[in-house]
Design a protein around this ligand. Structure first.
Ligand SMILES: O=C(O)CCC(=O)C(=O)O
Ligand SMILES: [Fe+2]
Length: 291
């Protein structure tokens, strides 16, 4: 489940063997785990650990480094905004550095997506089942179709009280597909164009996105599956970092407060073993091209 590294610095270097193993393990659904890779906050950044900084209507505080855009915050002065932005920007750069030196095979193909900061205790959060990440799921974003690209995420637990982040990790993607795909109907013809036209989706919702979203929703909706599916609890202590392809690894976040997360997209063609991707697994299962 975990493939562990002794890395202590975000600009660490890795041997060829470590790089090859990391790519292989990641593509085969393992979590790359760095128990001693912490992200430290400057004294003026400590106040951002308060959950009051997060807009209660947004799930997370988000930052998009490419445009230096921050959202999902409340009650910050202009100066505090700039400081929080700079903290998230630093994390974004560190995460990018780590991924590029550990996974050089991907380096030229990675697409930097949003950075998130999650200062709200997970176990207290009440949401609809679809938005509830305490339920096992694979990631699929309703308004941001990724058209087959991989979702690669770097998480770092920055809790200052020593609180772990506790996940459940479920069965392999192939099993998820075998269980849920037979329950999924094809989309109504024209749906994707209407969603795009109404700007409900930011880009065209391909058949791939349709199936991934349906798998995501059906997993979360199935109480029996949530309880009885093969699963394992994983504890990520404060001061630890992990890299995971969340479109492939069934996961649920159960407890914890204060995580930083960086998302990247990766075209499947950049993978060592494209056949491991959710896109190719689904295409094989359905015997059909999906993007
Ligand atoms: O916040 C977390 O620990 C993970 C939540 C989750 O499901 C995700 O980010 O995909
Ligand atoms: Fe998720």
């Amino acid at each position: 489940m975990l493939h562990t590294f002794t890395t202590r610095q975000w600009n660490d270097t890795f041997s060829d063997t470590e790089q090859q193993q990391a790519t292989h393990q990641l593509e085969h659904g393992k979590i790359l785990y760095f128990p001693d890779l912490a992200f430290s906050l400057a004294p003026n950044e400590q106040p951002f650990l308060s959950p009051d900084v997060a807009d209660p209507h947004a799930k997370n505080i988000s930052y998009y480094a490419v445009q230096h855009k921050l959202w999902g915050v409340q009650r910050l002065t202009d100066q505090e905004r700039i400081q929080l932005q700079s903290m998230m920007d630093r994390f974004s750069r560190y995460a990018t550095q780590l991924v590029q030196s550990l996974l050089p095979h991907y380096a030229n193909h990675l697409i930097l997506a949003r950075t998130s900061f999650r200062p709200v205790q997970i176990s207290d959060r009440k949401t609809s089942y679809r938005k509830d990440d305490k339920r096992l799921h694979v990631d699929a974003f309703p308004s941001s179709p990724n058209q087959g690209k991989r979702i690669l995420r770097v998480f770092c637990n920055i809790n200052s009280q020593g609180e772990e982040r506790v996940w459940r990790v479920g069965e392999p993607f192939e099993e998820v597909v075998n269980r849920f795909v037979p329950q999924i109907a094809k989309p109504f013809p024209g749906t994707a164009s209407v969603l795009r036209l109404l700007k409900i989706t930011k880009s065209y919702r391909t058949l791939y996105d349709h199936y991934m979203l349906q798998i995501h929703d059906k997993m979360k909706a199935d109480n029996d599956y949530q309880q009885h599916a093969p699963q394992q609890e994983v504890h990520f202590p404060s001061g630890s970092t992990w890299i995971v392809q969340t479109d492939h690894v069934s996961h649920a976040a159960m407890r914890g407060q204060h995580v930083l997360e960086q998302t990247f997209y990766l075209p499947v063609a950049a993978m060592r073993e494209e056949a491991c991707s959710p896109l190719r697994v689904l295409e094989k299962k359905l015997n059909q091209q999906l993007v």
